[in-house]
Design a protein. Structure first.
Length: 89
């Protein structure tokens, strides 16, 4: 399984941004966990197929500033696990 760690910054209002982000994620995979860290920070764990990672990243990058913090390749399964840490301005 490949593991990705992404950092995103959204200038949108928190609720609106989360709705838009959730809609995009659900096109490409499944949300496994959402943790509200604070009023301005949320962590989302996503599971998707390897061939969906680039499309997901591209579409998320269209609505927020997205930085790839770390990638780990343990290719045993054709799935990827993505931890997306969000900050809202």
């Amino acid at each position: 399984m490949k593991k990705y760690y992404w950092n995103g910054i959204s200038a949108k209002e928190r609720r609106r941004a989360l709705k838009d982000i959730r809609d995009i994620i659900e096109e490409y995979g499944e949300i496994l966990d959402v943790q509200k860290i604070s009023e301005v920070s949320t962590s989302i764990v996503i599971e998707t197929e390897d061939n969906n990672v680039m499309g997901l990243r591209q579409n998320l990058n269209d609505i927020m500033s997205l930085e790839i913090a770390y990638e780990e390749d343990r290719t045993v399964q054709p799935l990827s696990l993505i931890t997306l840490n969000l900050t809202f301005k």
